[in-house]
Design a protein around this ligand. Structure first.
Ligand code: BES
Ligand code: ZN
Ligand code: ZN
Length: 475
């Protein structure tokens, strides 16, 4: 989608479709809409779409009025959704050249940014492997008096779609080395440093928790490291982004049921989010140093697979009894977190499709947020709130540690029936130790089972925007 910015009367724009926001309780008399408003056909309710053809006095072939709700409740999240819903409506009708008007009473770069993000996110469909002709939008003219926010919105939206495209790749097309290749290519394009540790290098570092998960698959593991270093960095802080990159999770020897297992290609969504966030960070250039660590493995029940009861010594020195080979995410993250600390990270954020239990607790609307540091927790929550990527703080009391007791090792890798998302997070906390750390369990939010008016079914790209906002606002 080619994006340009123009500042001129809406009526004069020649385009296939002109998107115009309408609000509840605010009279709309342009485009001959009065009659429709009187008849109750146009109410301005959120995401209401009314397509008008050949409107008098308007150069555009069509006008699409998009409901934005009550003006006093309108925020960037509503703006993003409205733009996304409008774009998807037009895209499904094969309309290619679009202009989008921003409402003048909501100036500020955050609205322009959100509108452009919404348009780009709405244009994405996970259809690369479908043979039908693609309906992608060719061009978007953003009609606004103030161009600020348009370019960052494009960068963030495209980066989030980059994440979604990676997540959508099936495991036969994208294994651990495929993620490494994608990261290398992205790094070369946007000027990041990229290093990929292979099995031998990980063995030297004693990453036995990670390697134990990888050993059941013929696909070799990879630890992807992406480095961003600001020229003008005035902060001593070094943010580490750690993302779970399980390219397919069969469960291993503790194998998962067949029903729905195909979805486990998205078990690398946390890792893909970190790569997408780094793609945006490379272009938006925050003032703080950021390094991403993505441990990539395939969890398979091969003849060399790790067995329940196996004991591994993680890189930190802690020993772990692997009670359930399906609790593999925490094992690979444990070593990646230890490595991130060894590399000098002062703050850690991890994202992982870690537990089914987080969806039991929070459904599919909010990601679970766990932390050992109230200040960092609040900063991540604030960024997530601003970006409309909903999260909810979860507990990590010390006595959850009892759930992870093992008779034979320092820790068990599972905590029993209750509080599954909490015990998984607690396991990670044992490796973050006293480094300020936030864990995002995105198992319930990284994938949409049913499409929304503004977003296709499939990968959501959460929490790319929150991570980018967090480091851009770093203090
Ligand atoms: N990748 C899964 C978690 C998951 C489940 C993600 C459903 C998305 C949807 C993770 O590796 C896993 O299998 N977790 C187990 C933990 C259990 C063995 C303690 C789970 O959630 O059942
Ligand atoms: Zn698993
Ligand atoms: Zn998993």
């Amino acid at each position: 989608m080619k994006i340009t910015i123009e500042s001129r009367p809406l009526e004069s724009v020649e385009t296939d479709a002109l998107i115009v926001p309408v609000f509840e309780n605010r009279p709309e008399s342009r485009f001959g809409a009065e009659g429709l408003v009187k008849a109750g056909e146009i109410t301005g309710k959120p995401l209401e779409l009314t397509l008008l053809h050949h409107t008098d006095g308007v150069a555009a072939t069509r006008v699409l009025l998009v409901g934005c709700g009550k003006a006093e409740k309108f925020d960037p999240t509503e703006q993003r959704r409205a733009a996304g819903a409008a774009i998807r409506h037009l895209k499904s009708r094969s309309i290619k050249r679009i202009a989008l008007a921003l409402d003048g009473s909501f100036s500020g770069p955050e609205f322009a940014e959100a509108a452009v993000e919404g348009a780009i996110l709405g244009d994405y469909d996970p259809d690369v492997y479908k043979s039908d002709e693609k309906k992608t939008i060719a061009s978007l003219i953003v009609l606004t008096a103030d161009a600020k926010g348009v370019d960052s919105g494009r960068i963030i939206g495209e980066s989030q779609n980059f994440t979604r495209a990676l997540v959508n790749e099936p495991a036969n097309k994208l294994g651990p080395l495929g993620i490494a290749d994608a990261a290398r290519k992205m790094a070369a394009e946007f000027g990041l440093e990229c290093e990929v540790l292979d099995r031998d290098q990980m063995a030297v570092l004693k990453m036995n928790a990670l390697l134990g998960v990888a050993q059941g698959s013929a696909e070799p593991p990879a630890l992807v490291v992406l480095r961003y270093n600001p020229g003008n960095g005035n902060s001593a802080d070094h943010v580490g982004l750690v993302g779970k990159g399980v390219t397919f999770d069969t469960g291993g020897i503790s194998i998962k049921p067949a029903d729905g297992m195909e979805k486990m290609k998205y078990d690398m969504a946390g890792g893909a989010a970190m790569i997408g966030a780094m793609r945006a960070i490379a272009q938006l250039k925050p003032a703080v140093r950021v390094t991403a660590f993505i441990p990539c493995v395939e969890n398979m029940p091969g003849s060399r697979a790790q067995r329940p009861g196996d004991i591994v010594a993680a890189m930190s020195g802690k020993t772990v009894e692997v009670i359930n080979t399906d609790a593999e995410g925490r094992l690979i993250l444990a070593d990646a977190i230890t490595y991130a600390k060894q590399q000098g990270c002062t703050h850690l954020i991890d994202a992982a499709t870690l537990t089914g239990a987080i969806a039991v607790a929070l459904g599919h609307l909010r990601a679970g947020l766990f932390s050992n540091n109230d200040n960092l927790r609040d900063r991540v929550l604030k960024a997530s709130q601003a970006e409309g990527e909903r999260m909810w703080p979860m507990p990590l009391d010390d006595d959850y540690k009892d759930y992870l007791k093992s008779a034979f090792a320092d820790l068990a890798n599972v905590g029993g029936r209750w509080g599954g998302a909490v015990t998984a997070a607690y396991f990670l906390k044992e490796f973050a130790e006293d480094t300020p750390w936030v864990h995002l369990d995105i198992a319930g939010t990284a994938w949409l089972d049913e499409s929304k008016p503004f977003l296709a079914k499939g990968p959501t790209g959460l929490p790319v925007r929150t991570l980018v906002r967090l480091v851009l606002d770093w203090k």
